[in-house]
Design a protein around this ligand. Structure first.
Ligand code: MG
Length: 377
């Protein structure tokens, strides 16, 4: 079974207030669309349908992580464009989701996929629990029986060939893909939706969605590790964790070769799933040649803060026979703490030898390991 996810975000909806269309506006510091895409990580191949004018913006936000598709004149045409892209692929199941539903729980997605094992179409919905009235001129003009009524959500899931054929046969004007499927005679199974799976429509929806997103990240504690090695070369000192230590040799490297600070910086990037130093400061870029490594560490710390995390603590271990680290360890911890804006007792620098074994034992270079813990604020 191969799953494709079509996220429809081609709308220009302005009901959510002034400013950019809602899919581009920020929810807890991150574009709504980025939250939506993240909700489907690991589910399958993701296609995001955008307004043709938004393609460059989509590329900047999502890069090569998804397939971007230019949308059509209306929602159905946009879905069609994405379905057409999948023709001839190995995709057997397709989930079609509103870009403005950024908080769809994993359980809802899995329930739709599970229901597709039993039939060609399934979609989440919530039974209507409020009383239903009709009204006119500010007065209640009647009541309606709510039994059997549902509030439809997405993702709406389908067997791929069936929904492709249904869309191609449909005359247009459908409210959603379930309507298209039903017009083609497909039975659509209802699976339980979720109140968190709200569609951002009005300005106040941002506040509600923000509160849900914050609640989810409350216990978000992340750990990252980093490892780095630099070889000895000619020189008269090494720089370790920001401290210049006299030594009869130097360390070889593109920057100042601060192996300890590099391991720590990579640990922070690791905790954020943001790659490593090389991704943010390419060694091929001459402007970083001989750069002081605090620039890298400072960038990683600020990136963590921008993503809503604070650094709880870090622990760096240097592995070398020489120079002796012990006399400098406190200074090194202090320097790292200063750069990261942390209390000294949250930063540990320690050292070990490798008992004269391996490349560190032969004094060919220095290795460093680092672990960091981040806590969502
Ligand atoms: Mg390095």
């Amino acid at each position: 079974m191969s799953v494709a996810v079509i996220i429809v975000a081609a709308g220009r909806g302005t009901r959510a207030g002034d400013g950019a269309p809602k899919q581009w506006r920020l929810l807890n510091g991150q574009a709504v669309l980025l939250h939506t895409v993240a909700a489907f990580a690991g589910v399958g191949r993701i296609l995001v349908v955008l307004h043709p004018e938004d393609m460059a913006r989509g590329m900047a936000l999502l890069g090569g992580t998804v397939t971007l598709v230019a949308g059509g004149a209306d929602r159905a045409a946009s879905v069609r464009a994405a379905l057409d892209c999948l023709e001839g692929s190995d995709v057997t199941r397709v989930l079609i989701h509103d870009g403005a539903r950024p908080l769809v729980p994993a359980g809802v997605i899995q329930a739709v996929l599970a229901a597709l094992e039993e039939g060609p179409a399934a979609a989440p919905a919530l039974a209507v629990t409020d009383a239903l009235w009709t009204g006119a001129d500010g007065l209640v003009s009647g009541t309606r029986d709510r039994s059997g009524l549902y509030r439809a959500q997405t993702p709406q899931g389908f067997h791929f060939p069936a929904i492709l054929a249904a869309h191609r046969a449909h005359p247009g004007g459908a409210a959603d893909d379930v309507e298209v499927a039903r017009a083609a005679g497909l039975p659509v199974r209802i699976v339980p939706g979720h109140e968190d799976n709200l569609k951002i429509t009005w300005p106040e929806d941002f506040a509600r969605a923000g509160a849900i997103a914050r609640e989810r990240t409350k216990m978000d504690i992340r750990t990252g590790n980093g490892y780095d090695v630099h070889a000895f070369t000619e020189g008269d000192h090494v720089v370790l964790c920001g401290v210049k230590v006299p030594h009869e040799r130097g360390l070889l490297g593109h920057s100042d070769a601060d192996v300890g600070m590099h391991a720590l910086t990579d640990a922070i990037y690791g905790a954020l799933a943001e790659g490593d130093i090389g991704r943010h400061f390419p060694p091929s870029d001459p402007q970083w040649k001989g750069a002081a490594s605090w620039i890298f560490l400072d960038h990683a710390v600020k990136l963590a803060q921008a993503k809503g995390y604070r650094i709880s603590n870090c622990d760096v271990t240097l592995v070398c026979e020489q120079p002796k680290i012990g006399p400098h360890a406190l200074d090194m911890g202090g320097e790292l703490a200063r750069i990261m804006g942390l209390a000294a007792d949250r930063v540990s620098v320690k050292a070990t030898t490798s008992e004269r074994l391996g490349f560190t034992g032969r004094e060919e270079g220095i290795a460093a390991l680092a672990t960091v813990t981040l806590i969502a604020e």
